[in-house]
Design a protein around this ligand. Structure first.
Ligand code: FMN
Length: 172
């Protein structure tokens, strides 16, 4: 199996982490992977990122998304619509970045979880307030990616999700 196949096939949602710090170097690699994602218009990607390590802030975010509380680091993905060219497809752009970040975390021997935020307005507002966004009209918290070394029993491992019935050739 190539490294790529290994990463894509073993990635799992890792919801619990060891009490061990993630290095700034690894965090930066994960941010870079996010920014390498395809976007609906080159040079007009909406993504911005808020890296949170402060325990109090993590606990506040955890009141809305419980898995954030005990993560060593959380990255809030924020869509800045003013940066976007195709303003209606920001959720697709952000999703591409999020998936790249999850895969890079596996590549680095870490575990990660996509904690959904958008499109629920109330949740986006509440997360925004915690990280310093007062108005979510143009600046929208999309999801929170928690990252850490997987706790016992939470390792990345292969799970077969293939379903032949979902494949259609030529016509649906
Ligand atoms: C849009 C989206 C939102 C998600 N939100 C959450 C969430 O809030 N909490 C959570 O524990 N998992 C969340 N997940 C992770 C899914 O539950 C997980 O990907 C799914 O159960 C499949 O498991 P796997 O990631 O191990 O393949 C989310 C995933 C996506 C794509």
């Amino acid at each position: 199996m190539s490294d790529f196949e290994e990463i894509i096939n073993t990635r799992r949602s890792i919801r619990e982490y060891q009490d061990k710090e993630v290095s700034d170097e690894d965090i930066l690699k994960i941010l870079k992977a996010g920014m390498q994602a395809p976007g609906s218009r080159l040079g007009a990607e909406p993504w911005e990122f808020v890296v949170v390590k402060n325990k109090e802030t993590l606990a506040k975010l955890g009141e809305i998304k419980p898995r954030v509380t005990n993560a060593p680091v959380a990255i809030v993905l924020v869509a800045n619509i003013e940066r976007a060219f195709y303003k209606l497809v920001w959720q697709q752009d952000m999703g591409a970045a999020a998936e790249n970040m999850l895969l890079e975390a596996v590549n680095l021997g870490l575990g990660a979880l996509w904690n959904g935020v958008a499109p629920e307005e109330e949740r986006m507002k509440a997360i925004g307030e915690i990280i310093g966004i007062d108005d979510i009209t143009q600046t929208k918290p999309y999801c929170i990616i928690t990252i850490g070394y997987p706790a016992e029993g939470w390792e990345n491992k292969f799970m077969d999700k293939f379903d032949e019935e979902r494949i259609h050739y030529e016509k649906y």
